[in-house]
Design a protein around this ligand. Sequence first.
Ligand SMILES: Nc1ncnc2c1ncn2[C@@H]1O[C@H](COP(=O)(O)OP(=O)(O)O)[C@@H](O)[C@H]1O
Ligand SMILES: [Mg+2]
Length: 297
Amino acid sequence: MLEAKHLTKSFGLVHAVNDISLNVKAGQTYGLVGSDGAGKTTTLRLLVGALRADGGEITICGHDVRRQGEQARANIGYLSQRFSLYEDLTVLENIRFFAELRGLARDEWLPRCLKILDFVGLAEFKERRAGQLSGGMKQKLGLASALVTRPKVLLLDEPTTGVDPVTRQDFWQLIIRIAAGGNVAVLLTTPYMDEASRCHRVGFMRGGRILAEGTPSELRASLEGRIVEARGPSLPELRKTAANIPSVEDVRAFGDKLHLRVAPGRARTVIRDLKGDGAEARLIPPTLEDVFLSLAS
Ligand SMILES: Nc1ncnc2c1ncn2[C@@H]1O[C@H](COP(=O)(O)OP(=O)(O)O)[C@@H](O)[C@H]1O
Ligand SMILES: [Mg+2]
């Protein structure tokens, strides 16, 4: 549905997107995960054709974005990171605006908009002014607007950033239903690791590059046997002790515990050393956060 090969885009000296390739199949969700400035928004803007790539190829539902831009874009729904609503228009008027912008006729837009508002859970708020919606409801209206043309490819730029945890859950239920039910290819960006683990595939992005890519379990497997959880009476002391063990590559605090990344094959000795020092230590399955952090160092 969505395929990008060797995409690059620079702004002056900044390589915002540096040789990115990815593809998303129908019914799948792909999560581009990275911190601020990683290049996530630029990637999405290239994919929707809002920016012209310096190099590379993009195909959307078989249409080359450069040569068949209009056909390609007709298949895309896009929720931008800072999309704006008309605050003094109602929910229904806002979504109608998007529908008419995309060329939907009058007798088409009303039933479809009502159906989508119902789907995202905004039906009972359709007469409310957008300015009076909560942050989560605004995001849902943004999603509704992106769905108005029944896209086969849906691009969502940090759809859940700043949204409360309950609404984030709702939002994820919607995304899963859109992908699976509508046979839609969903590409979303997020800074949140727990959201990454909900995607079929994940790409960890930094400095314009995808540093690692795969299913969440494939990514976790790369650190299998190398994450040791440790606790002790004094976390600062334990941290010092752990950092002094040569085969410990990295130490991070996770609440009242430490996660140590150890060199391959060294976990047993590290655990023995820590226990010898009176700490509790055990091997744990790596989290996606462990994987992401291991790429950073
Ligand atoms: N229009 C632009 N002009 C100049 N630099 C830009 C522009 N858009 C993005 N950048 C730079 O490109 C890099 C990637 O930005 P962006 O794609 O917005 O990252 P993210 O969405 O992951 O936070 C950053 O260094 C940013 O400052
Ligand atoms: Mg961004």
